[in-house]
Design a protein. Sequence first.
Lengths: 244, 554, 315
Amino acid sequence: MIEIRDLVKRFDAPSRGTVTAVAGLTLRVEGGEVYGLLGPNGAGKTTTLRMLATLADPDEGSIVVAGVDRLKDPIGTRERLAYVPAEAGLPEKLTPMECVRLFARIQGVSDPAKVAGALLDRMGCTPYLETPCGELSTGMKRRVVLARALVHQPKVLLLDEPTDGLDVPGRREVLALVREQAELGRAIILSSHIMGEVERVVDRIGIMNKGQLAAEGTLPEILEKTNTATLDDAFVALVGAEVT
Amino acid sequence: MRPRRIIAIAQRDLAQELKGRRGWVLPAIMAGLLLPLSGAPVPGANQIIQNPTITVSGDVPEDVLAIDFVQEVDEGLLSFRRDEQGTLLVRGMPIHPQIRAALDGGEPAVTVQVARRDVRLPNRSLLFALISASTLTGAVSGSIAGERTHKTLVALLAASITRMELICGKALAWGGMGAATALLAATVSIVLGRLDAGWWLLPLPTVPIATVAVGLFLVRRASDLIGGTTVTLRVLPAMLAALGLLASFVGTTSPLAASAIPLGGALMTAGSTWGGHAGPALLSTASTLLTTALCLWLTARDLEESPGTSVRQPWAAAAVLLGFLAALAWWIPIIGPILWTAAGNPQITEQLPARPGIAAGVMGLGLMSMVRGARARDAAEALSFRNPIAGTWGWALWVGVALAITASVSGLVPMADDPLLARARLRMADGMVPVWAGPTLMLGSILADEFLFRGWLQKTVGGPTATVIWTVVKAPFDPIRGLLTGGMLAMLTHRAGGSVLPAILAHGIWALLTIAVPGINPWLALIIGLAMVAAIRWIPPLPQVRTVERRRSE
Amino acid sequence: MNRRVALAVVLLTATLIRRFLREGFVLRSLVWPAGLAAGTLLMTLLVVAMVKESQFIGVPADLDPALVERLQEEGWTPKITDDLEATMRARQSWAATDGTVMWRNWRPESLRLESILRERKGAKWRPEADVKMPTASEAAPQGALFTKLVAILFTLYGVVFGLGMVARDRDDGSLEAELALPLPHWVAGATRWLAATSVLSLFFSFSVVLFDAIIGVEQGGALIRHGIAATGGATALGLIAVGKAGIKQGFSGPLAGGLTGAMGVMGVGLAMPQVGSYLPLASLFAGGSGWIPVAIAMGLGVVASAVFSFRSARS
């Protein structure tokens, strides 16, 4: 469902010259699979997700999302995916219902109000349907953002730190939702720093470092490869303790 | 207060805005505006206004045409002709002293002296202060509203720094930048010999500092960057202009009193308006810095991470202002003649058509409805734009006819004796159903009236109060007619379950029939109107209406 | 443009307008110019009505009684004073005369007084003092000028709106969510241009019509069109000037640039009206029917959307 080949992305950073954020990334995610994309800060995870979501253009390489060539048909690509960035924001003056219903209408969902209401209910936002988003807690905002992303039943989900700001029950709920979406056949890439939740929910893991995949496979495969007992240890073994 | 922390905040704010590729833009603009101003040689005020070209026409004497700034044209500022006795008559003003001298020919019959108060103009250094202050609008807004949007204010508020230190740091950053650029421009001017150093240098930097302090005070509760910037944009220049003008006006009597006016006095003394003496400079500096301190203190006191619902909602004031302006526009064609007559020019509103007043009233009420709808979760519900209870459409037809008939009840209240009031009453009667204004304006007026009075006001304050307000606004000189028409429309809306649609229909029929229905006996019209009100109020609903109501209650 | 894109443009524009109208500070700013200006006009009228300048004319004690009578016939009240000039400067009278020398201020009535004095002296010329109060059509140019000052403020709002909408939404992440929708990226720029221009134009038009009701505005229809063009042009300027700025990367620089640019273009209208009458912003002071500036402003909206789209793709 997601196929990335030899992806390269470079940036001009005034203080550092040209920086290669992604240096020849290749990976594949099938429908129904949750792929955990891990890596230290600056590894290129967010840049990869943004390129998938057509918010940044790659310098080299190819991307195919749900059978659509991302470079040739960016709009078609966006129809098939949903992207939840780490700093996902909501307009302060609109209510959750208005936000989600707007996206539902734009995405061409039939009966947008009903679908939006059901999704928000599923995310536990019912008591806050008519509260301006600016007055919601961080966790509640994140739930609304997730509901907005799922409103058009995307084939592909790109989640950048989806549990950021949530309490423990909230995190469990989101991870359960991720699993549920995978069982519906969606291809999901989940980027996170919290190893514990990655272990619980993903099918395969890709560990990025300096723009490339340092390791890829299921959790047992990675543990065996790095000769470690936990994902934390494996991660440190692969990327080192350096802070970028 | 710990200076180090204040300086740290200032450094942080400046670094945030001025670092990087785009960071040079603001200083470049300030330099670009100020440097030419500080260096360019400009003619003195006397040179500018001395001899402007004066156009003349008609039977112009040769002596006048010989003056170098006089130009003969077909229709000049001054026109010359001779009366039957051969006396030269000059129409127009002002008559320049040189022209007077030419006409008098060395033997003035009457010597004319202009005795007016000295209005002294400031020099270019006023602009240094003004421009430095004005270019910092965005920075001031971003300083608080931007930080709130970006969620960085909370980190500052939670740090070991007092609010006063925080605000002083921000004021130091931007006020300091403004003060530095103003002083730099002044220095360039002095070095190039355009200006002489003097006491004016003392109040000069206080203007941008105080402007920044006032700006921070204005945006202390803004959480939206656009909202915050528009506040500073609309208030700060107007405030500077108003205070400057006030100081200039007061200064014609007492420069010392004028220099005590915060900001305005500093602006004028920075421009050496009153001779550059120490007294006004020191006083204006002190008053402006005191104002700065007060604004900073108030800002620090009120600063919160999220203003939230505890803050008085400014939108309500805006909506009320819109409504007031709409009512004003509606009333201006009526009270305009009274006001203009009192001000000494009755003919202006004699000639002003009433149509713009109706149009402005419609637009104002329309905008108010739009705002009301935009703010509500369900716009249609907020404006009572929904299907009425079945059976009320028929009532709407009858009410429309009755409304047209009630025009005659005006005859029950005697016409005012005073011509102005009588004219006002006739204009209000014309304006109540402005069929003469064209179909678009007519329709707009109907919609605006119904959405405001029946759609919103009736729901908020109740039918009787809404009817009284309708009478006061639309027919104060015809109270019987106002109460009858308002009452019928209110009753109809009530019967329709709160929907304004039948009232709109009735109002439209009223408008269409206004021209067609001839006047009938006013007492008969009154009886018909009262009967209609009673009928809507007391006649039981039709069977199908009962069914609908029962379903609603279930 | 297919149906989905058209629907999206309408929905997003309506949502942006709703966001504007829900922000109290923005709403107050939109209503403020009309309110302040109308209030100032009316207060001026009230003050003028209440505080009329004195009808006194300063005269010496030994002034010719015939002249005194003549002054009284004109409705003026002679006030005996020792120092005629001082009386004038102290505003105790609006004019002063001893029959040969006259002190006056700038009131048109001073010409009437001078005419009377000259006629009595048999002078070979005198001013023809037909003190006429301006009619509505004569006052209308002043009304138009007053309205143009309000238009300047709305134009500056346009720059702020254009810049601020992008900077704000970019930093809080809601712009990215919009860009991730299956729509061309120019939609995000175009809807912002449409929303800001519509709201500003509506409130500006209300201001013009309100002033027309109070004082009369010359060529109000054309002025409304010039205002629409100016707000559209200014919003486009803001959208272009914002670049990749956000609150993180500095907002005040692009804002100062946008505001200065807008004022500069308006200055073109003053300095070169032949050129300015075709350009949005400049046409406010250059005149003309306003249709061409409106069309050009719409073109600028298209350009701004394209620039926005180009920059979004390059991020």
